[in-house]
Structures are given as structure tokens and as C-alpha cells.
Design a protein around this ligand. Structure first.
Ligand SMILES: *[C@@H]1O[C@H](CO)[C@@H](O)[C@H](O)[C@H]1NC(C)=O
Ligand SMILES: *[C@@H]1O[C@H](CO)[C@@H](O)[C@H](O)[C@H]1NC(C)=O
Ligand SMILES: *[C@@H]1O[C@H](CO)[C@@H](O)[C@H](O)[C@H]1NC(C)=O
Length: 324
């Protein structure tokens, strides 16, 4: 048949026809993302890309609160993505009884810390290391420090990757913002990004106390599954670190309010930490505004919206912030 190419699949079970358009789309995407492959890998990646693209097109043809799109991950299977970017095993993420004190007043309908002043640093990129927890931690401490001390610093993720093991953190294999805040509190400081730059791999700790730039006085854990408490904290205090479960559809998130029926709501399934910088409501759908650490080309300039009020993907399982 003209226009159709049969790809003989030796290694995978999901045989399907590739259209000429698929290869054209793949080559366009490769150029946009500066990708190059060996001949063998080209065919493999073309197939994965096409499967991802079909899934995206199918989703976008339906009636959903968010759209999917191609991005820098579109040549990866979810299994590969998971291995590179998400926690490989469950973390100890549960504060059944938190120590957050709720404010008295009602919370505003919406808030966005990015618009209130110079309180949120630019979106960063964790690269191929499961260090999301360090970015959630620095993002939160950067904001809390800016709000309370009037100066927005860029803080070191690498120090947390290399030095925070004693608090059940595991470098590129996961960790928790609450445990990282504990580390910074007991370590008496975190250096700047500039003084302790990010490399995306685990190395020996080279912390220099005299270069400590940001500090933590105490750690506030939000009571597990109490999304109202989380909202109160974001409304009245500062951005809040939280974790949730990333499933395959989230990898291709493009814009709109993310919601899923595939993910779980329990602490043992959360595998990615991020930062809530605000919340709002769109056509009656409440959402969180969230800063991710996959660069600015992912999602909405590096951010995403996720449904609020239903503990979506376990997002209220494990949230915290530091006091400075
Ligand atoms: C799309 O979904 C929304 C929300 O579930 C619903 O209100 C709307 O009627 C749907 N539109 C169509 C065309 O199905
Ligand atoms: C959870 O906590 C226990 C006890 O402190 C510790 O031994 C274990 O390594 C922790 N698990 C992770 C994944 O950090
Ligand atoms: C907050 O969470 C951390 C780590 O998960 C824990 O070590 C600490 O004891 C908790 N703090 C409070 C006040 O519960």
C-alpha cells in the first residue's frame, strides 16, 4: 500500500503501521529537540514517539480538562521516563498529625505568589536524576526566604543531593522536602546554586559552612490528606512543597487542569515532589498552580495546573514548608 510502511518489529509486541506523516512528525520533533540517533535506535525511537503521539492525539480529540502535547520526553516509554525522573521506591511520606496552625480567616478564592512580588525563582531542570525533591525544597525555601527576608536567592539542589543522606534522602533515587528541610535545619544552612552548582549526579559532599546562605528555623508538616490545611498555608503563608503520583499521561501534559483516573491517592504511591505556588478556579473547577522541575519547555512554561479538593494523585499526602 502506498503511503504505508510496514515496520517489522522484532523486539516489541505492539506491531502497528507507521504512516509517512509519522516519520515526518518525528523528524520535525527531532530537529526541535536537537536529537540524533544511531540507525537502530532511530527505528526504535520512531516507534515509541509514534505511540506517544497517537495517545496524545486520542486524548486531545476527547473532552478533557487538560490537553496533552509533544515535549522533550516524547521519545521515551513511561518505564524509561520513570527510571530517569521519578522515585524508584516509596519514601516515608506521611505526617498523620502535622504541626501546622491554621489561620482564622476564610481563604481568598485564588492566589498566585508569582504575581505578588519577586517571590518565586525561575523554573529549573533536574535533568536525568530523581532529584525532584531537592528542587521542591530549594523552590520552597527560596520563596519562604524571599517573603520573610526580602531577598530572592537561588539555592543549591546539589548540596541536598550530596549531603542530606542522614535524613532518609537518597540523592538521585528520591527523598522528601520535609526531610530535606530537617537536614538544612540541623546542618545550619544551605549554600547558593552559584557556590554549589547542580550536576545531576551524586557526588561527595563539599558543603562549606561559611558559605551558608539560607537557613531553616523549623519545619512545618501539613496533616496528611488535609488539603484545606494546605490551601490555608498557601493562602496565608507561602508556597508549599508537596508530592504526588506521576502516571504515564502526566508525562505528556501540555496545559489545562490535570486530572486522572489512573493514579492512586496513597502515600506509598507518590513518586514526584513539586511546589504549589498558588491556586484558583476555572469554570467551576478548582486547581493548584504548580512549579515543576523539568525545564521551561515542559507544560505551561514549566508549570502545571492540577485539580484541587480531591487529593488528586495523592497530592495532599505529604506537604510541608520551612520557617526561616
Ligand atoms: C465536556 O465535559 C464537560 C465537563 O465534564 C461537560 O460539561 C461538557 O458538556 C462536555 N462537552 C461535550 C461536548 O461533551
Ligand atoms: C524510612 O524510614 C526508616 C526508618 O527511619 C528508614 O530505615 C528507611 O530507610 C526509610 N525509607 C526511605 C525510602 O527513606
Ligand atoms: C516533619 O516531617 C519530618 C520528615 O518527614 C519529620 O522528621 C519531622 O519530625 C516532622 N516534624 C514534625 C513537627 O512533626
Amino acid at each position: 500500500m502506498k503511503g504505508f510502511l510496514l515496520v517489522a518489529l522484532l523486539s516489541t509486541a505492539s506491531a502497528f503501521y507507521l504512516r509517512e506523516q509519522d516519520e515526518f512528525d518525528f523528524k520535525t520533533w527531532m530537529a526541535q529537540h536537537n536529537k540524533a540517533y544511531s540507525t537502530q535506535e532511530y527505528n526504535e525511537r520512531l516507534q515509541i514517539f509514534t505511540e506517544n503521539k497517537r495517545r496524545i492525539d486520542k486524548h486531545n480529540a476527547g473532552n478533557h480538562s487538560y490537553t496533552m502535547g509533544l515535549n522533550q520526553f516524547s521519545d521515551m516509554t513511561f518505564a524509561e521516563f520513570k527510571k530517569s525522573f521519578l522515585w524508584s521506591e516509596p519514601q516515608n511520606c506521611s505526617a498523620t498529625k502535622g504541626n501546622y496552625l491554621r489561620s482564622n480567616g476564610p481563604n481568598p478564592d485564588s492566589i498566585d505568589w508569582r504575581k505578588k512580588g519577586n517571590y518565586v525563582s525561575p523554573v529549573k531542570n533536574q535533568g536525568g536524576c530523581g532529584s525532584c525533591w531537592t528542587f521542591s525544597t530549594t523552590g520552597c525555601l527560596e520563596s519562604v526566604t524571599a517573603i520573610n527576608k526580602g531577598k530572592l536567592l537561588l539555592l543549591s539542589e546539589q548540596q541536598l543531593v550530596d549531603c542530606a543522606q542522614d535524613f532518609n534522602n537518597h540523592g538521585c533515587n528520591g527523598g522528601l522536602p520535609s526531610q530535606a528541610f530537617e537536614y538544612i535545619m540541623y546542618n545550619k544552612g544551605l549554600m547558593t546554586e552559584e557556590d554549589y552548582p547542580y550536576t545531576a549526579y551524586e557526588d561527595t559532599c563539599v558543603y562549606k559552612p561559611e558559605k551558608a546562605a539560607a537557613f531553616v528555623k523549623s519545619v512545618v508538616n501539613i496533616t496528611a490528606y488535609n488539603e484545606k490545611e494546605m490551601q490555608d498555608a498557601v493562602a496565608t503563608r507561602n508556597p508549599v512543597s508537596f508530592a504526588f503520583e506521576v502516571t504515564s499521561d502526566f508525562m505528556s501534559y501540555s496545559e489545562g487542569v490535570y486530572t486522572s483516573t489512573h493514579c492512586h491517592q496513597t502515600t506509598d504511591k507518590v513518586n514526584h515532589a513539586v511546589l504549589a505556588v498558588g491556586y484558583g478556579e476555572e469554570n467551576g473547577s478548582p486547581y493548584w498552580i504548580v512549579k515543576n522541575s523539568w525545564g521551561t519547555s515542559w507544560g505551561i512554561d514549566g508549570y502545571f495546573l492540577i485539580e484541587r479538593g480531591k487529593n488528586m494523585c495523592g497530592l495532599a499526602a505529604c506537604s510541608s514548608f520551612p520557617e526561616v
